[in-house]
Structure formats: structure tokens, C-alpha cells
Design a protein around this ligand. Structure first.
Ligand code: ATP
Length: 527
């Protein structure tokens, strides 16, 4: 889609409201900042995005299984994960206009202001981007929503709405491993609601307080286990084939890159072309202390380039933390590893421990841990490492809406120029797959046949029936909803059973039989 046709966010939000994609939550009471509801078309789009992710990530693979955990979990989970102590944003308040804001977003908010305020105090470089007033010292503000479980409102009953879906996967890792017949390397995926009490929810649904995530924790062997078992660890320098089947001798670096590539394939498949997003590889000083690498996939939203999703190599941090806080072992037993280690001499084992000790020291870790870690490996035991592709449903939906939106100038029916508003969704995520109409509403034979086609098709996919207004208007209504195909039953249809299929993007019409249409649609919807 041409750049000049890209929407402003205002035009998109107005279409989304008008056509029932997105509404303010609790609108009749004035709304709630950071909370959004999805209307009839929005919830279809959302379901399709989630279904596409599930198909691509879970059902389409043999090495990933699913989980659906509760939103409220034992509060110790958040202590172990670090969220209780460190999941905070720096918050500041303007002493004059009393607005609250994130200290690290002040420059962005300032840039967005049409009328730039000047600092009220001469020379101040940290001032309110709304009124120029004096700001308070930034203080950390924990983003987790608190609640109380049970009837007694006591600190001992405090629990939290999960700020991410990932932790439940770690907490259930042993159960899933015991019951799914999966062995590392394998992944557990979960989709669902997450809650963050964002200081300044902004940019439409981009930063909400209640949102959905689609997260995969893909558990891998530590590189040391791979080396012991296969005598080598494949790195990116070996130029592994990331499009082919996954390999047991891949090290963490290859697995991480593999998942970055998988995520890009998924985004392409649902309608985001590669040239519309960029990979941002976090610099060593930006990484969390436990992370070995993290890539943000960023998209050019109308309000700037922002993170769409992230793919992090998180080492064994999460499972080790849960092991420490719960007292329950999170190690797995890997018999082939144990058998491979049995063949090593004592000297070979000692040399290996020495190597691990040096590696740990080089990575700023405690070299004294090498002995215990290696003893576990020689016995076939380790705590798995993890690669985490983590995506937001709402953020992806917003990107898909921005990408799909176009105002096209076309020749008007009565001469002159007309504007056609289209959502060019990929058919896989389009809320409505097909609309069915009789060309002439008052023609009983056309209406009967169109209705029969509609009833048959709606058993397979979401369809719409529309008989009101001129055919051109009906097409336009479907263009705005992003419906890829409009089926029109006309005089010839009644004679030979064929109908016209109008393509949303090219606006061309082709005559087809029902079977031909189904074959074309199935191909477009398949992953
Ligand atoms: P950001 O830096 O934008 O706050 P983050 O790095 O904290 O995001 P993660 O904790 O890695 O985000 O969450 C993974 C994904 O969940 C994000 O890439 C995003 O798609 C989604 N997400 C996170 N916070 C929000 C939010 N407040 N509203 C909507 N989606 C969100």
C-alpha cells in the first residue's frame, strides 16, 4: 500500500468506532483510560488473530503444546519472577497541572504536543510537557493490579492480576513435561489476558491497562548439555538452515534466531510485509541481567516506530527462580545425555568442568557454580533454558488495522472522483470472509439462491448477508469491513448456478461455481 495513503490514527479510530471494531470501555459512563472493547467486527478480527497464532505456533508443530492458566495465581510467583520488586515504571507528577506521567516518556509526550510549552522555571530541563510546570522527583510505580482473594480484606490475602501470561507456563512446566510426552527442546504456549496499571496508557490500544498476550516459552538444553551429548554446539557462525527442520545440536543462539525468523514468517502470513517492520537487537547494556539476547520487532505505527513484540533468550533464569522460591526442582532428566556422559573419562570430565568454570567467569557469573552444574549434567539433569517469543494481541491487531487501512481515490459512479475506504486485511484474519447478495433484491429466484449459498457458506466461515441499497453501496460497506470477497447472485446465476465474486482489492469480478469459490477461499485461508 502506498505510503501517501497511510491513515492518520484519527481516520482509523473513527472507522473503528463507526464500523464496530473498537469502542471505549464503559463509554456511556465516560470511558476508562487504557480499557477498550472490541465490537462485532473487532472481536472477529481478534479471534482470527489468536487462532492464526495458535495454529502457527501450537497446532502446526509437533514440539509445542498449549496451556490455559488462571489470571490470579499464588503471589509468590510474582516474588520469584521479580515482578513484585522490579516491575515498575518511573512516575512523576506535575506540581501545577497535577498530570501523572512516566518520566521516561516525557520527551515523547513533548514531541506530540502541537503547542510546545516552555519551562515555567527558567533553565529547567525536566518540566511538564503539558504546561511547563515543575515535576516531582520520579518514583518507581509498580504496574501490577492488586486484588484481595476471599472475604477478608487483609494484606495476607493480597493477590495480583497477572502482568504477563509467561509466568504460569514456568509454574506449570513440570506438570506439562510429566503429562505431555514432550522432551526438551519443546515449547509451551499460552494466550490470554494480562493487566498492567500503565501510568499513561497512550496511542489508542497500543498501551492498554487490560490486554491480551500470546506467549511461547520454548525450552532448550543448556549449550553445555548439547556439547556433552553431540560433541558440538551449532552457532550462527555455522550458518544453520533455519528454514529446514529444527536440529538437536543447535545452541541457544541458533534457537533464538530461529524463533525471530518464525515470528517474522507469522507476521508476513497474517498481513504485515517484512519491509514494514524492523528487528531491533538490544545492546548488551540494554539487556536484563539474565538475558543473553533480545530482539524487538518494531512496526511503523502512525505515531512512530514502536515495539510490536519481543523475542528474548532468557537463559535458565525463570525456572531457576521458581526452583529457588518454591523449593521444587525444575530440572529435567535427559537419559541420552546421561548415557553420553557415561562414556567420558574422569580426565575429560575434569577438563569440561574447567572449561565451564572459565565460561561462567567470562560471562560475569559465579565460576564456583561450575562443579554442581556439571555434576548434574553428567547425571543427565539440568534446568532448561528458554527462548520467549512474546506478542500482544491488541498491538498486532492495531498494526494490522493500520496496515490494512487505505483511502483510495477512484472514479465516482456519477463522474468525478470518489473516495473508497478499504481495509486490505489478509483473508486469514479478515473478520468477515465473504458477503452474499442477490443482485436484484425483489427477484425471488435470485434471493432464494443467494440465501441458500449464504446458509451453506456460513457453516464454514463468517459471512454477511446484505440486501439493502444499490450493489455499489453494498460493496463499499464490505470494503470498510475488510471483507475479501463479495458474492453476487444475478440473472445468469439462476440459469447456470454460477455467481460473480468481486475481489476487494482489485475490484474485479469473476464468475465462478460454488466449488471453485470454495477451493479459492480454502487456499487463501490455509496456513
Ligand atoms: P513496552 O516496552 O512497550 O511496555 P514491554 O517490553 O514491557 O513493552 P513485554 O513485557 O515484553 O513488553 O510484553 C510482551 C508484549 O506484550 C509486547 O511486545 C506487547 O506486544 C504486549 N504488551 C505489553 N504491554 C502492553 C500494553 N500495556 N498494552 C498492550 N500490549 C502490551
Amino acid at each position: 500500500m502506498a505510503e501517501e495513503n497511510k491513515s492518520s490514527l484519527d481516520a482509523l479510530t473513527s472507522l473503528c468506532k463507526r464500523r464496530g471494531f473498537i469502542y471505549h470501555s464503559s463509554e456511556i459512563y465516560g470511558g476508562m483510560p487504557g480499557f477498550w472493547d472490541y465490537g462485532p467486527l473487532g472481536c472477529e478480527l481478534k479471534n482470527n488473530v489468536k487462532q492464526a497464532w495458535w495454529q502457527f505456533t501450537v497446532r502446526g508443530r509437533e514440539d509445542v503444546v498449549g496451556l490455559d492458566a488462571t489470571i490470579i495465581m499464588h503471589p509468590k510467583i510474582w516474588k520469584a519472577s521479580g515482578h513484585l520488586d522490579t516491575f515498575a515504571d518511573p512516575m512523576t507528577m506535575c506540581r501545577d497541572c497535577k498530570k501523572l506521567m512516566r518520566a521516561d516518556q516525557i520527551a515523547d509526550i513533548y514531541a506530540e504536543q502541537k503547542k510546545k510549552p516552555q519551562p515555567k522555571a527558567a533553565g529547567a530541563d525536566f518540566f511538564c510537557p503539558y504546561c511547563g510546570g515543575e515535576l516531582t522527583e520520579p518514583k518507581p510505580f509498580n504496574l501490577m493490579f492488586k486484588t484481595v482473594v476471599g472475604p477478608i480484606d487483609d494484606p495476607s490475602n493480597v493477590a495480583y492480576l497477572r502482568p504477563e501470561t509467561a509466568q504460569a507456563i514456568f509454574a506449570q512446566f513440570q506438570n506439562v513435561t510429566d503429562t505431555s510426552r514432550q522432551r526438551v527442546p519443546y515449547g509451551i504456549a499460552q494466550m490470554g489476558k494480562s493487566f498492567r496499571n500503565e501510568v499513561t496508557p497512550r496511542n489508542y490500544t497500543f498501551r492498554s491497562r487490560e490486554f491480551e498476550q500470546m506467549e511461547l516459552e520454548f525450552f532448550i538444553r543448556p549449550d553445555e548439555a548439547v556439547e556433552l551429548q553431540y560433541g558440538r554446539v551449532v552457532t550462527l557462525a555455522d550458518k544453520p538452515d533455519l528454514d529446514g527442520p529444527v536440529q538437536d545440536d543447535w545452541g541457544w543462539e541458533v534457537w533464538h534466531k530461529y524463533w525471530v525468523e518464525q515470528r517474522k514468517k507469522f507476521l508476513n502470513a497474517v498481513g504485515l510485509p517484512t519491509e514494514r517492520f524492523v528487528e531491533y537487537w538490544q545492546k548488551p547494556d540494554e539487556l536484563a541481567h539474565y538475558a543473553r539476547a533480545c530482539v524487538d520487532i518494531e512496526y511503523d505505527f502512525p505515531f512512530g516506530r514502536q515495539e510490536l513484540e519481543g523475542i528474548a533468550a532468557r537463559s535458565d533464569f525463570d525456572l531457576s527462580q521458581h526452583q529457588k522460591f518454591s523449593g521444587e526442582s525444575q530440572a529435567v532428566f535427559d537419559d541420552p545425555l546421561k548415557q553420553a556422559c557415561k562414556k567420558l573419562t574422569d580426565a575429560q570430565k575434569a577438563a569440561f568442568v574447567d572449561k565451564v568454570r572459565k565460561d561462567l567467569a567470562a560471562r560475569g557469573k559465579d565460576p564456583a557454580a561450575a562443579e554442581k552444574f556439571c555434576a548434574g549434567l553428567f547425571d543427565g539433569k539440568y534446568v532448561p533454558h528458554v527462548i520467549e517469543p512474546s506478542a500482544g494481541v491488541d498491538r498486532l491487531m492495531l498494526a494490522l488495522l493500520c496496515e490494512a487501512y487505505e483511502e483510495q481515490k477512484i472514479a465516482g459512479e456519477k463522474g468525478g472522483e470518489d473516495v473508497r475506504t478499504v481495509l486490505h486485511f489478509n483473508p486469514k484474519v479478515a473478520p468477515v470472509k465473504a458477503a452474499v447478495f442477490p443482485l436484484v433484491r425483489k427477484d425471488p429466484a435470485q434471493e432464494k439462491m443467494a440465501r441458500e449459498i449464504f446458509e451453506k457458506l456460513r457453516r464454514k466461515v463468517n459471512c454477511m448477508w446484505d440486501v439493502s441499497g444499490q450493489i455499489g453501496r453494498r460493496y463499499r460497506r464490505q470494503d470498510e469491513a475488510g471483507t475479501p470477497w463479495c458474492i453476487t447472485v444475478d440473472g445468469q446465476s439462476v440459469q447456470d448456478g454460477t455467481f460473480t465474486v468481486r475481489d476487494r482489492d482489485s475490484m474485479e469480478q469473476k464468475r465462478m461455481s460454488y466449488g471453485e469459490f470454495l477451493a479459492m477461499m480454502d487456499e487463501a485461508l490455509e496456513f
